[in-house]
Design a protein around this ligand. Structure first.
Ligand code: FAD
Length: 396
């Protein structure tokens, strides 16, 4: 019952009080549980009930119908800055809206957001919905989820998109739970099924070994988060105008359980990895933390940012916000230099769209060499210092 009490979206409920203490139940389950056993009646009833209720209240057979209509992009605005993925999604949203034959809107939530409105029109929104409220000054899950959910219930868009940033990954599941609809996180490709007009949401699955295309057939809206820098930035047309809808919402501070006490900013070197133009990335080939200096010297000469693989993070040589890949950051720099990185699929999905890739590896069969524009087969302890010295000479 404790989780149910503190769940910010009221997604959990205790359906039946357990008859015995949980450790006794666990013990019994451990000894008796058998996958072939039919589900207990109580579980079946609940699933059935819940399912029926959801389908009855949410189903809309064809996307693009009268009730749920339009593509929305949630524009992420924090600390006076818009996350660029919001504009990338307005570009992608335009294609989806054209394929369905519906409108494209941007949603801005925050405090004192007026300077963002012209930008949203410039990047292609036809309508902009705004909720401007002091409670939304700093991001918190509960008030943001409440504000956006209220707006969705009122205007009923059929698709809503947001960046797979820390904020998108936090608030979108909360909204999907409140709306009892589906959400596909971390998409890398979006499309529209020409017949049903359903949103095709494609993302890596099973450790990145397959690309899965996911549909949300029976509930609305269809919700997806998309990784930053995967979609192209659309053209900005300053001076473009559209319809502005300012929404008044009653948000009361005492209804929210979290307060912002203090901001502690993360290491400035790694905080903007997804925007870095030159990345020097290290893998387990670098062998020890003391050898990081080789990569750091190269980064220093090129004005680059240090990043790396999950292996390097788990070894304690880098922090998690420096990890590139499926469970880290997606990057798209002008130059990506991979030092002692094998090129596992989970790493490649986070960097293979870089403009230019240089890989240094002593194994000629390493997968990273297959995606590299320049592959240098050799010992990194010789190659990297030689590169640093040569760049130093040429750039001085
Ligand atoms: P290794 O695979 O051990 O490669 C080291 C490379 O260094 C080798 O190719 C070797 O030839 C080369 N080398 C060694 N010595 C030298 C030398 N002296 N000179 C030159 N080259 C040398 N990984 C990520 O990176 N990002 C993720 O987000 C991520 N998410 C994951 C999610 C899941 C669900 C799973 C299962 C795995 C994930 N991984 C991720 C881990 C991934 O599968 C790999 O294990 C990891 O990327 C390997 O890291 P690496 O290339 O540093 O190490």
């Amino acid at each position: 019952g404790k989780c149910a009490l503190v769940c910010p979206t009221n997604a959990l409920a205790v359906v039946k009080k357990p008859s015995k203490p949980s450790d006794e139940l666990n013990e019994e389950a451990g000894s008796k549980f058998n996958l072939k056993d039919p589900l207990p009646e109580s579980v079946k009833d609940y699933a059935q009930d819940n399912n029926n209720k959801t389908i009855r209240s949410q189903v809309t057979p064809v996307a693009g119908g009268d009730v749920w209509s339009g593509v929305w992009v949630i524009i992420e605005y924090t600390n006076g800055k818009v996350a660029p993925v919001s504009w990338e999604l307005l570009g992608e949203g335009r294609k989806l809206a054209d394929a369905i034959g519906c409108g494209l809107s941007g949603v801005i939530t925050g405090y004192q957001v007026e300077n963002v409105i012209p930008e949203a029109f410039a990047y292609g929104a036809e309508k902009v919905y705004v909720i401007d409220h002091p409670i939304l000054k700093d991001y918190r899950s509960e008030p943001y989820a409440e504000a956006i959910t209220g707006l969705v219930k009122k205007y009923q868009p059929e698709i809503i998109l947001m960046g797979a940033t820390s904020m998108g990954r936090d608030v979108f599941p909360a909204i999907a739970t409140k709306l009892q609809t589906g959400l596909t996180a971390d998409c890398t490709v979006l499309g529209i099924d020409p017949e049903t007009k359903l949103l095709q949401q494609t993302r890596p699955a099973f450790g990145g070994n397959i690309m899965a295309t996911i549909l949300c057939r029976t509930s609305r809206p269809q919700m997806a988060t998309v990784r930053p820098r995967v979609m192209a930035m659309p053209e900005r047309v300053d001076g473009r105008v559209g319809e502005l809808i300012q929404e008044e919402f009653t948000l009361e501070e005492e209804n929210f359980r979290t307060k912002i006490l203090e901001f502690i900013s993360s290491d400035a070197r790694s905080a903007f990895l997804d925007k870095a133009e030159i990345i020097v990335a290290v893998g387990l080939g670098i062998a020890a933390k003391r050898n990081m200096v080789i990569a750091e010297e190269l980064a220093e000469v090129l004005g680059g940012t240090i990043a790396g693989t999950r292996g390097a993070v788990e070894a304690g040589w880098l922090t998690h916000d420096q990890q590139v890949g499926q469970s880290g950051v997606t990057v798209r720099p002008k130059v990506y230099i991979a030092i002692g990185i094998s090129g596992a699929i989970q790493h490649l999905v986070g960097m293979e769209t870089s403009d230019f890739i240089i890989a240094i590896n002593n194994d000629p069969e390493a997968a990273i060499l297959k995606v590299a524009n320049y592959g240098i087969v050799g010992d990194l302890f010789q190659v990297v210092p030689a590169l640093t010295a040569e760049f130093k000479k040429r750039l001085q």
